[in-house]
Ligand binder design. Structure first.
Ligand code: PRP
Length: 212
């Protein structure tokens, strides 16, 4: 690399998978996967700097240019609509945004539907396209509790294996949108560090091809 490239990785299992893809593509960096509390790692000769951030914060670092590139879930991109470039679908972290309700729930279209979610924009747009009147209840986690306790009629949430729904006697009723991890770039970095970022993207594309 001619210019330093800052990469924001989402902390956790998905981020580790992503880093392994970067490393296999030739963008390795010592200690990134070590069991340490350190957050920033550098490969000086390759001018690469990785840092671990909370998955939902990656897009903020990239949008504001603290990171040139990063990896974020499509759910976060749809919900917060950061001004970034989406470069590549990494085909990992695959899940879906779905509507779920208590088993046997029947919607009565005459009444406002109470929807609990961490994703008010995604849920709002989904129902507004259907012309359905809803009341959004924004929660920050354990969304599955809401219909069980009568706080909401349905939830709009991420479903991966479906285990959380099953174990709480809920069932998915509709898919809102498929989700996966995306490689994203800061808009100015993409212009000024075009060659470096393109090298990264091509390396990742090759990894994707080889894993097919
Ligand atoms: C997400 C989501 C579901 C769960 C779905 O929660 O909100 O609760 O994963 O996964 P499953 O279909 O494989 O069971 P997360 O772990 O992000 O925690 P949260 O409670 O903060 O939403």
């Amino acid at each position: 690399m001619c210019e330093w490239i800052n990469v924001a990785l989402p902390k956790g299992r998905l981020g580790e998978k992503v880093y392994k893809m970067f490393a296999a593509a030739g963008f390795e960096c010592p200690e990134v996967l070590d069991d340490t509390r350190k957050l920033i790692f550098e490969n000086e000769p390759k001018k690469l700097r990785y840092f671990w951030v909370k998955p939902s914060d990656v897009a903020i670092y990239v949008e504001r240019g603290a990171a040139d590139v990063g990896v974020a879930g499509k759910d976060i991109l749809l919900e917060y609509q950061p001004e970034i470039f989406e470069l590549l679908d990494l085909n990992i972290g695959k899940c879906r945004m779905a509507v779920a309700a208590k088993k046997g729930f029947r919607d009565n279209p005459e009444r406002t539907l109470r929807v609990a979610t961490k994703f008010p924009r995604i849920a709002g747009e989904y129902y507004s396209k259907q012309g359905r009147d809803i009341d959004i209840i924004k929660l920050n986690g354990s969304i599955e509790l809401a219909p069980i306790l009568g706080l909401s009629d349905v939830i709009v949430d991420i479903v991966e294996t479906g285990t959380t729904l099953l174990e709480n006697n809920l069932e998915p009723t509709e898919t809102v949108v498929p989700i996966s991890a995306r490689l994203i770039a800061n808009r100015a970095s993409f212009q000024f560090k075009y060659n470096e970022i393109q090298t990264l993207v091509n390396g990742m594309k090759q990894q994707l091809e080889e894993s097919k």
